[in-house]
Design a protein around this ligand. Structure first.
Ligand code: GLA
Length: 730
């Protein structure tokens, strides 16, 4: 619900459990008043403190009123150069060369439904949404900022985006255009970020805010393995079930910045948006720049409800049909089994084993095209290598389908190898400045996706492949960080646009695929989880979470990922042991239990499994299919904190009606005299009674929640247990 009070100039946005309030004051400055647990509609401007503070200037129009300063008041979209020294939201280089911007309220509009952003990912839906648009204007230049707010009452979700327009008569340049600015009148908060690297993505890090700016971000051209565009600010004692938490996710897959500043007066500002480094966007008169969407969830009662709200909103309002709420096929991928060394018979034999064990989709990974026999060449030449696959996909796909399986394909559209026909024909299509040899990553160069003709060429090549056979899935990979970011299509003064134009180009192709191949399931990937963000999930309903398939390492990687992103989107497979990344040999049962907290599939040569292992696999596939709705549509609970202690890790999925639950437990490396394991379950209905794994004994819901469930001593390394609870009919 949105309420505008014209007398006080306050805008109040209510969701079911939270309230957000701002106010255009007498000077037209849009002040942020409150975001937190739901309160009434009353004007909260009594919270503001007007004090003469040394070295905090008084803006023009305030009549040199010493107690009025942009440097001390909470801002809704902070400006630059006119007296607020905290983190700026927008910076504009004006035609006269000044870096000054002073935004004041001009008008607003409230309308039903959710705004959309052209060319960018965004939450969607008519039902259950309202949009507020507030127009701010710089009185001295022609720059306007339209602040967009989407409010989804049911999911306690507030989205924000910004359109910056040049209404002047000379070009200006945007040097910074944040999507989100959120001020808090407190600094006793922890900042939680999700960090790591390739094969160790999204480890949780939590620390109290220190004076000054703390930030994470990416300058790699992707959202990156190293940091994630999702952060949390929370009370210092906040835990899973208590404490005030704010989650902020940026729907963007390129360079980003998330920065929190604890200021001199112990207030806090959080900004999030495209990283301003390497960003400079020329706005000709009349032109508009759209900053990507950011999504906010405030949870008054801990981290778990915050996670649930993001999961539900992403599943129902970001992931699009036909995969919204739809069970994804259990797949078998040949990558870890064969890498580049395969032929049609080998692929069919892997698929056959998979089909016999109940799998539904065979995915042919890297190495099927051009001269791609290793990772040094072939990218860009999307023609089937007939030496490996005589007769092309036309011959292979029917053989796979005859096994009762769907067929999926790996592609890496954004790249080109120097050793390729495409590079020989169009060397200037790769990013790179004239006269400067480019840096290579995995022996490949990056195509200039800011250019329409490059995208059109790649798209036509991909369509030829997709049209040659019945392909129901693609894995869209991206295997290096960007460097040498320079585009032949733009003049020297506009090279600061290339990173973002590249990202818009990637979104453009993904959107074309979504439009032209409506049933196609696309899995995102970037050397595993290098581009796992909410922006990508709009186009790819699932994303390969990490190139690290070790079940024990995955406990942390998947837990960190699932703080914001739903389990149904987290690509997770069982792979062979000893694991390629860690050389660890976790039991098959454990690998299955961990992969079930994701999309679930296999990535190994099943032909090498013993008969006993195959029976385990068969049972796992059956279990996953039986429990898929519970796992992917239910609520996910963390029962332990794997970032603190890996002695044992447990989590739980609970159906929305609370009648079903799946408890998963994985132990760490064996130790003598392990502590007793008692799990206090979560999310169950205290008034219901439950049966575990169809057993005789009946458990009281309240007792499982408060007294818990004990597990007999578990010996050995990396063991797993999975329990299925079902409510007993009254
Ligand atoms: C990346 C992906 C892997 C695999 C290889 C193929 O590393 O993350 O899953 O597809 O590329 O080259």
């Amino acid at each position: 619900m949105m309420i505008y009070d014209s007398k006080s100039g306050t805008f109040t946005l209510h969701t079911r459990r939270t309230t957000y309030q701002m106010q255009a004051d007498g000077h037209g400055v849009l002040l942020h008043l409150y975001y937190g647990p739901r309160v009434g509609d009353g004007d909260l401007s009594y919270l503001l403190q007007y004090t003469d503070r040394g070295f905090s200037p008084n803006p023009s129009g305030s009549g040199a009123d010493r107690i009025y300063s942009l440097d001390t008041l909470p801002q809704e979209y902070s400006t630059c150069g006119v007296g607020d020294y905290r983190l700026a939201s927008a910076e504009v280089e004006q035609p006269d060369g000044s870096l000054l911007l002073d935004l004041r309220y001009a008008s607003h509009e409230i309308r039903p439904g959710k705004y959309a952003l052209e060319g960018l990912p965004a939450f969607f839906g008519r039902e259950g949404w309202e949009t507020l648009s507030i127009l701010l204007r710089d009185p001295c230049s022609g720059i306007e900022a339209e602040l967009l707010y989407g409010v989804c009452e049911e999911d306690d979700l507030i989205t924000r985006a910004v359109r910056l327009t040049n209404r002047g008569d000379r070009p200006a340049a945007l040097c910074r255009a944040m999507s989100l600015c959120l001020d808090f009148n407190r600094a006793d908060l922890d900042l939680v970020t999700f960090d790591g690297g390739h094969v160790k993505e999204r480890n949780l890090n939590r620390a109290a805010l220190r004076p000054g700016v703390q930030s994470v971000g990416s300058l790699r051209g992707t959202s990156s393995h190293q940091h994630n565009p999702f952060v949390i600010l929370c009370e210092q004692d906040a835990g899973e079930d208590h404490g005030l938490c704010y989650g902020a996710a940026l729907l963007y897959s390129g360079n980003f910045l998330a920065a929190a500043e604890r200021s001199q007066f112990d207030d806090t500002r959080l900004v999030m948006g495209i990283h301003p480094h390497h960003f400079r966007w020329t706005l000709a008169p009349g032109e508009c720049f759209t900053a990507p969407e950011a999504a906010l969830v405030c949870s008054p009662d801990g981290l778990t409800p915050m996670t649930h709200r993001f999961h539900r909103a992403i599943r129902q309002r970001l992931i699009r049909d036909p995969y919204q709420g739809k069970r994804r096929p259990v797949l078998i991928n040949n990558w870890e089994a064969t890498e580049f060394r395969f032929d049609a018979d080998k692929l069919v034999s892997i698929a056959r084993e998979g089909a016999e064990l109940g799998m539904e989709l065979f995915v042919m990974d890297d190495g099927w095209f051009g001269t791609r026999d290793d990772d040094c060449g072939g990218l860009g030449d999307w023609d089937v290598n007939e030496k490996k696959l005589p007769g092309g996909l036309e011959a292979l796909v029917p053989r796979i389908q005859a096994l009762g399986m769907g067929f999926g394909l790996w592609i890496e559209p954004e790249m080109v190898s120097e050793r390729s026909e495409l590079y020989r024909a169009h060397p200037d299509w790769a990013l790179g400045a004239p006269g400067r040899p480019q840096a290579q990553g995995r022996s490949q160069l990056v195509l200039d996706f800011s250019r329409q003709e490059v995208r059109d060429h790649v798209y036509a090549a991909i369509c030829r492949v997709l049209d040659s056979a019945d392909v129901s899935y693609i894995k869209w990979d991206m295997n290096r960080s960007l460097s040498d970011v320079w585009s032949a299509a733009l003049p020297a003064g506009r090279q600061g646009e290339v990173y973002h134009r590249y990202m818009l180009g990637v979104y453009d192709l993904l959107e074309r695929l979504h439009r032209d191949y409506p049933g196609l399931l696309t899995e995102g990937c970037s050397g595993g989880g290098g581009r796992f963000d909410a922006g990508m999930l709009y186009y790819t309903p699932q994303i390969w979470c990490s190139d690290n398939t070790d079940a024990i390492d995955r406990l942390r990687i998947q837990c960190g990922t699932a703080f914001c992103y739903p389990v149904s989107a987290i690509g997770a497979h069982v792979s062979a042991v000893p694991n390629g990344q860690t050389r660890r040999a976790a039991p098959m049962e454990t690998r299955g239990v961990v992969a079930m907290c994701g999309t679930f599939g296999y990535e190994m040569d099943l032909g090498r499994c013993t008969a006993e292992e195959k029976e385990t696999v068969r049972a796992q596939v059956r279990t996953f299919k039986d429990r898929a709705a519970l796992i992917s549509q239910g609520d996910y609970y963390r029962l332990t904190d794997p970032f603190r202690d890996l002695t044992y890790t447990a989590w739980q999925h609970v159906s929305r009606d609370r009648r079903e639950a799946l408890v998963s437990l994985v132990t760490g490396s064996a130790r003598a005299a392990l502590p007793f394991i008692v799990l206090r379950l979560k999310g169950l209905d205290p008034a219901l009674r439950y049966r575990i794994d169809g057993g005789e004994r009946i458990y009281d819901g309240a007792a499982l929640l408060h007294a818990g469930l004990s597990f007999p001593l578990i010996a050995g390394d990396y063991q797993a247990r999975q329990l299925y609870l079902r409510a007993v009919e009254a």
